[in-house]
Ligand binder design. Structure first.
Ligand SMILES: *Cc1c(COP(=O)(O)O)cnc(C)c1O
Length: 432
């Protein structure tokens, strides 16, 4: 058998990049096999270094919500590159971006641009701590808020995928102010609030969780967090890095009708460029330097090429709100089709789905938090993943990640996917 180009590149990558990748989940370590190296993408399709085409269900983990190579974004980037790629000084583009976000999103009076979701979340936490003068905060098991030290406690995404219980390098000091409890467990939050009265700065939550697969908030859960924050003087931080500009123009806040105090963004906001943002209510955001003393900065923050990309995408979403509705309808169509073939297959499964986020857990119980997500059959997921990959369907290479649909997907692509899932399930059963 001739060694394929992906295998050659992966061995070469491992000589000079840790694990051969610049972000762990890409390495296929949990699903096994060789990661696919990509060369180009257009619309809903990815093309690897061997010219193999895949239907894309990760959309770069969210940003390519209108498909790859979306013309207006590509053109805008090209034009900006001709003018300048970075100043390290203010531009009008940044004001336009801030104004546009404020016009779309509830509860954002002031917003600061950063370069990633990680930066957005770590900065929002610092702001909440600076504002309240308290150190502790509550996060939920299986939620992921980027890789800053205080968040790497019972985290989702790659930390869950690789079953890393404690992260070496995160000091006990950095982790000791992190309080955790199960997602959807309001009683546990009440107890933490009582046991640590007057010491908790914030609760940070993914309103619709996407880093342990897709997990929906139970009715009353987010409302309960809002109430507890009000009662205890804590800051409610919605991590909308996945949800923002995807679940609605105004994100989860709008779709679920809950007000947050601070909000973090990433992924869609940069249209595929490295962008994040944190913002929120005026009295809280006023602590940020140079207005206040909570220091936060970035050489490339608000970078013009990144700004024009995000701005163009967000403008398109705002100008045509039907786009997000179409995308939701497509996701519903896919979900119905998957439901049909999974039911016929006859083994336990759970499909969680909200808006254009979806995931399949091979589980015989509802998947409502990290414990139930982790109890699902990940061995079966590996086989499922590879059976689909072979058929040209690119899913997230982990049972602990949500699928992200993009609006370039056609009904024909969705039908192909449903057929491929049917064949894959049959193949898995035969091998067992
Ligand atoms: C991806 C993600 C982050 C981290 O964003 P990066 O840009 O990868 O640093 C934070 N929070 C959530 C909910 C995410 O999904």
């Amino acid at each position: 058998m001739s060694i394929d180009k992906n295998t050659t590149l992966f061995s070469r990558a491992q000589q000079s990049i840790p694990g051969g990748v610049n972000s762990p989940v890409r390495a296929f370590k949990s699903v096994g096999g060789t990661p696919v190296f990509f060369e180009k993408a257009k619309g809903a399709y990815l093309y690897d270094v061997q010219g193999q085409q895949y239907i894309d269900y990760i959309a770069s983990w969210g940003p390519m919500i209108l498909g790859h190579g979306y013309e207006p974004v590509v053109k805008a980037i090209q034009q900006q590159v001709e003018k300048a790629t970075s100043f390290g000084a203010p531009t009008e583009l940044e004001i336009e971006m801030a104004e546009l976000i404020k016009s779309m999103v509830p509860n954002v009076d002031l917003i600061r641009m950063v370069n990633s979701g990680t930066e957005a979340c770590m900065s929002a936490l610092r702001v909440a701590r600076g504002y309240t003068g308290r150190n502790k905060f509550i996060k939920f098991e299986g939620c992921y808020h980027g890789h800053a030290d205080p968040f790497l406690v019972k985290a989702g995404s790659g930390v869950a995928t690789f079953n890393i219980q404690t992260v070496p390098g995160v000091t006990a000091g950095a982790a000791s102010d992190t309080l955790t409890c199960a997602y959807n467990d309001l009683d546990a939050v009440e107890k933490l609030a009582t046991d640590n009265k007057g010491e908790i700065a914030a609760i940070i939550v993914e309103p619709v969780a996407g880093n342990m697969g897709c997990i929906l908030p139970k009715p009353g859960f987010l409302e309960g967090l809002r109430r507890i924050c009000d009662e205890e003087g804590m800051v409610l931080i919605f991590d909308e890095v996945m949800n923002g500009f995807r679940l609605a123009l105004g994100g989860a806040q709008e779709r679920l009708g809950i007000d947050a105090d601070l909000v973090t963004y990433g992924k869609v906001i940069g249209a595929g460029m490295p962008v994040g943002a944190f913002g929120g209510k005026k009295q809280i955001m006023e602590v940020v330097a140079p207005l206040g003393n909570v220091y936060q900065a970035g050489t490339l923050s608000g970078n013009p090429v990144a700004m024009i990309a995000g701005l163009t995408l967000l403008k398109a979403l705002k100008a045509t709100p039907e786009l997000l509705m179409e995308l939701d309808d497509k996701t519903q169509y896919l979900k119905d089709g998957l439901e049909e073939v999974l039911k016929a297959w006859g083994q336990p499964y759970v499909i969680n789905h909200f808006g254009s986020m979806l995931s399949i857990h091979f589980s015989n119980q509802p998947v409502i938090d990290f414990a139930t997500a982790a109890a699902s059959d990940t061995v079966l997921f590996k086989k499922f993943f590879h059976a689909l990959l072979k058929r040209g369907i690119y899913l997230p290479p982990s049972a602990f990640e949500s699928w992200f649909l993009n609006n370039a997907l056609t009904v024909d692509d969705l039908d192909k996917t449903i057929r491929a899932v049917k064949e894959s399930l049959e193949e898995i059963s035969k091998r067992d």
